[in-house]
Design a protein around this ligand. Structure first.
Ligand SMILES: Cc1cc2nc3c(=O)[nH]c(=O)nc-3n(C[C@H](O)[C@H](O)[C@H](O)COP(=O)(O)OP(=O)(O)OC[C@H]3O[C@@H](n4cnc5c(N)ncnc54)[C@H](O)[C@@H]3O)c2cc1C
Length: 500
């Protein structure tokens, strides 16, 4: 029978597997160290992935998640130590290690892409999506190289031998699932990397992404078991691959079929859609009596206002109200595209399906700070308002500052309420920042930069401040650089990005 490594028989020695395992563990610990050096945030995303900022190492939440992920990753490979595997030599052993790691990383893409908020390792959606994207590219590279690495040794023996192996691979019936899976995997990963250029609506892209990878998971599992040399002669090992495949498919079914049914039984009701600036809406919904929905200021949900609950017609939005406003929750939503430009067509009273809350932005993270700085760019005002309203409700006595930036002055939302909070809270002030020139007093003209932040902090010790930040990716990245220059510890910076 044809084997992935091109060998027909032999046993993999424990020494070979030990050598490969040692190499992998060294690589993983290097990767972990590298990640430790690069991660800035204790909140639910890694700024390093997006900004290139390299803060000092600190074993925070992201590191714990990474460690958990790295512990799961080598499990199938480590299982091969328990099996009487064929002795294939160091090259084939290394291939086995790479292939089993890549396959496991592939299965782990499903929980990373799902919203499993009850499983701590996969509850941090922002971190999950960042890892999902990064890992997806590595999986793409290893799967691209997979047939090449198998065939190259054959070509090194002789061109004829190589061509013979290639033809055998291409024509063997048992290779068909692997070939289809390989081609689909390449196409789907390219589609994910270039999704912005694809001119496909986000919903259509997400649906095909999900469906395509379910098919690839099934085909790849069949391939591993019918051709792969990593335990194909051992039923227990094949069972592991099948269980991983079933779990992956189950996760998709849960997200797209079971969860929508659950959400359907507790619909929220649309109460109000109000235009609150030239570009922004305030959308208010109310939960039903049967719903036990609750949240922390700063969290976000997936909103679905279509006729059907769940599926792919959902959009993530941060909650702008605070828990004390329940049963109502409100959102500030900027008109940015297909869905957000049609909010005025929604029918008051219609059902709204809410999946959440998600996100780990939380006021608890600032409990040790003596002052709080909220920084919002554009639609990023939503979660900052939620935090501000939460702080107002608890009569927080600390200095609280809000820096709120927009392109134009007529994009600033809820100014009346924010000015009222300046009067009613013990030490709260807002600084508006506007790119377009304006003759109104007190506006910082330009973008939110280091000078602006310094002015707002009024020479107080930056180490005393906790900073919350929300806005588009470019703004988060630029503001983080300024905060770094002001020596604000990454542990005191908590942020939410408005895109995954
Ligand atoms: C955690 C989080 C919190 C957010 N909070 C807010 C908020 O409080 N207020 C606000 O105005 N915006 C918020 N956004 C952004 C908001 O989700 C998008 O602007 C909105 O989904 C755009 O949809 P559209 O169809 O109008 O635009 P499109 O033109 O169709 O999409 C524009 C871009 O938005 C993203 N997007 C579109 N649909 C989805 C989706 N279903 N899921 C994920 N991303 C999508 C895609 O990157 C897409 O390229 C948030 C995003 C995230 C990730």
């Amino acid at each position: 029978m044809l084997r992935q490594d091109g060998h027909r028989s032999g046993r993999l020695t424990r020494l070979d597997r030990f050598t490969v395992a040692t190499a992998i563990s060294t690589h993983l610990s290097r990767h972990l160290q590298c990640f430790k050096d690069q991660t800035t945030m204790t909140t639910h995303a890694t700024i390093s992935a997006n900004t290139g900022i390299f803060p000092p190492a600190r074993f925070g939440r992201s590191h714990r998640l990474l460690l958990g992920y790295l512990c799961l990753l080598p499990l199938p490979f480590l299982l091969t130590f328990a099996l009487p595997m064929a002795d294939k030599g160091i090259y084939a052993a290394a291939l086995t290690a790479v292939n089993t790691l890549a396959m496991m990383a592939f299965y782990l893409q499903f929980p990373l892409g799902s919203r499993l908020k009850r499983i701590p390792l996969f509850a941090n959606i922002g971190w999950n999506i960042a890892q999902h994207k990064k890992t997806g590219q590595w999986i793409g590279i290893s799967i691209l190289l997979h047939p090449i690495l198998i065939l190259v040794p054959r070509f090194m023996v002789s061109f004829r031998d190589g061509m013979h192996s290639l033809m055998t691979v291409l024509t063997a019936p048992q290779m068909l699932t692997g070939i289809i899976a390989w081609v689909c995997m390449m196409l789907w990963i390219l589609a994910a990397v270039f999704k912005q250029q694809l001119k496909l609506g986000y919903e259509a892209w997400r649906f095909t992404h999900m469906l395509g990878f379910v098919v690839i998971a099934i085909l790849a599992t069949l391939h591993v078991m019918s051709v792969g040399s990593h335990g194909q002669f051992h039923e227990a090992y094949n069972l592991v691959w099948w269980i991983l495949c079933y779990l992956s498919v189950l996760m998709v079914l849960y997200n797209y079929i079971v969860k929508p049914l659950i959400l359907r039984s507790h619909p929220f009701r649309l109460v109000d859609v109000d235009q609150v600036s030239r570009t922004d809406w305030q959308v208010t919904i109310e939960k039903s009596d049967s719903s036990d929905f609750n949240f922390q200021p700063g969290q976000f949900v997936w909103l679905n206002t279509s006729k059907r609950s769940g599926g792919v017609n959902e959009h993530p939005f941060s909650i702008a109200s605070c828990p004390a406003d329940l049963p109502r929750i409100s959102f500030i939503i900027r008109n940015l595209g297909d869905y957000t430009s049609r909010l005025d067509t929604l029918r008051i009273g219609q059902p709204v399906y809410v999946d959440g809350p998600y996100g780990s932005l939380s006021l608890e993270e600032s409990s040790r700070s003596t002052a709080i700085l909220l920084i919002a760019g554009g639609a990023g005002i939503g979660p900052m308002l939620s935090l501000l309203r939460g702080l107002a409700r608890t009569h927080d006595p600390r200095p609280i500052r809000l820096i709120y930036g927009n392109n134009d002055l007529d994009q600033m939302v809820l100014q009346e309420e924010i000015r009222a909070l300046e009067q009613s809270m013990s030490d709260f002030k807002q600084q508006l920042v506007c790119i377009t020139a304006t003759d109104q007093d007190g506006i910082y003209q330009g973008v939110i930069d280091q000078t602006c932040i310094e002015q707002v902090m009024q020479q107080q010790n930056p180490g005393d401040w906790s900073v919350y930040l929300c806005g588009p990716q470019a703004m988060i990245s630029a503001v983080n650089k300024s905060l770094k220059l002001l020596n604000i510890s990454p542990a005191n910076i908590h942020y939410e990005q408005l895109s995954f």
